[in-house]
Design a protein around this ligand. Structure first.
Ligand SMILES: NC(=O)c1ccc[n+]([C@@H]2O[C@H](COP(=O)([O-])OP(=O)(O)OC[C@H]3O[C@@H](n4cnc5c(N)ncnc54)[C@H](OP(=O)(O)O)[C@@H]3O)[C@@H](O)[C@H]2O)c1
Length: 302
């Protein structure tokens, strides 16, 4: 499914860039950097989410960059407090308003979890997916997917869905390589997409990463991004620093050898950048979207 050129083709034929920019609210947000990524570094996939609280800024950044809407692949995500058929549709329309666009390239359910007040989690997830299928049918979304879904979560959803998720976005780096889940996705024609390719910066100093960076004559971050790409996995590193945004994009003019890939695979799978155990609390905590952003960047509904 995934190939080593700059795009992967989703099961419904939609092309998604294999490389893009992450925009989660941890670590801050910088508007100029997003514009720089689009205008100067040829980023053509932006990954965001209602929860990150920056959809309104992404919409403005795309306009200010001068890059046409059609050439940017916008992926965003619904937060579990919006799960349910009609509420999923309303949530997508709110994301469209904030992003100032009339369609999404990819819309995902952010977690296979619901607020604690929900009695029947499984039927609530199924109902939200029904809303996603309607958004696909009416053309609001070009593709629909899920995020952080395990094999069992996918099996449960697939029992009742009409459209199998096009994408499952999950954590992916040498510390966290869920091979069984990736194989399941491959067998069921679901594109496995990776997040946190740099394990949030925690993996950059691992000895095998430094060793391969030295042999390849590239930075640790470039080596890790290349590792994702050569595994055929769409990757979305985040930085708010222009020089790193540029560095992270310069990964299409070299290739890691099989020995270098094997060296990176020796890193023990020992760490997750995102702890799923903390998520239920984050869903129930009622904090506003983008609560980690400074006040002047937060969204004010008009
Ligand atoms: N679906 C989900 O549940 C989910 C969960 C987590 C993340 N995501 C998505 O995946 C994206 C990426 O994940 P992430 O932001 O958590 O982690 P990441 O991309 O693995 O790492 C980002 C961290 O690495 C630093 N960094 C970036 N480029 C660097 C470089 N060249 N050299 C050294 N340090 C560098 C950044 O700092 P500076 O900004 O200071 O450069 C930042 O602290 C997110 O932004 C989000 O869009 C999705």
């Amino acid at each position: 499914m995934a190939s080593l050129d700059n795009f992967v083709r989703l099961p419904n034929g939609v092309r998604m860039p294999i490389f893009g920019l992450g925009t989660s609210h941890g670590g801050g947000y910088d508007q100029e950097s997003v514009i720089f990524a689009l205008r100067e570094c040829n980023y053509r996939l932006i990954d965001t989410a209602r929860r990150y609280g920056c959809e309104h800024l992404i919409g403005k950044a795309i306009k200010e960059s001068g890059v046409s809407r059609e050439s940017v692949f916008i992926a965003t995500k619904m937060w579990p407090t919006d799960y349910g058929t009609e509420s999923a549709i309303r949530a997508a329309k709110s994301s469209l308003t904030r992003l100032d666009t009339d369609y999404l390239d990819l819309y995902m359910m952010h977690w296979p979890l619901c607020p604690s007040s929900v009695d029947n989690v499984r039927s609530t997830l199924d109902n939200a997916w029904r809303g996603m299928e309607r958004l696909l049918d009416e053309g609001t979304c070009r593709s629909i997917g899920v995020s952080n879904f395990s094999i069992q979560d996918l099996i449960d959803l697939m029992e009742s869905c009409s459209v199998v998720p096009h994408v499952n976005q999950c954590e992916f780096h040498p510390y966290q390589n869920p091979k069984e889940l990736r194989a399941f996705c491959r067998e069921n024609n679901i594109e496995f997409q990776g997040y946190c390719p740099l394990a949030n910066g925690m993996i950059l100093k691992e000895p095998p990463v430094e060793k391969v960076a030295q042999s390849a004559g590239r930075s640790p971050a470039q080596v890790l991004i290349r590792w994702s790409i050569q595994n055929g996995v769409v990757t979305i590193p985040k930085s708010i620093k222009k020089e790193r945004i540029k560095e992270n994009s310069q990964v299409f003019d070299f290739e890691l050898s099989p020995e270098e890939m094997a060296e990176l695979d020796t890193i023990p799978m020992s760490l997750r950048a995102v702890d799923p155990a903390e998520l239920q609390g984050k869903i129930d905590d009622n904090k506003p979207d983008g609560y980690k952003l400074p006040a002047h960047l937060q969204y004010v509904p008009v």
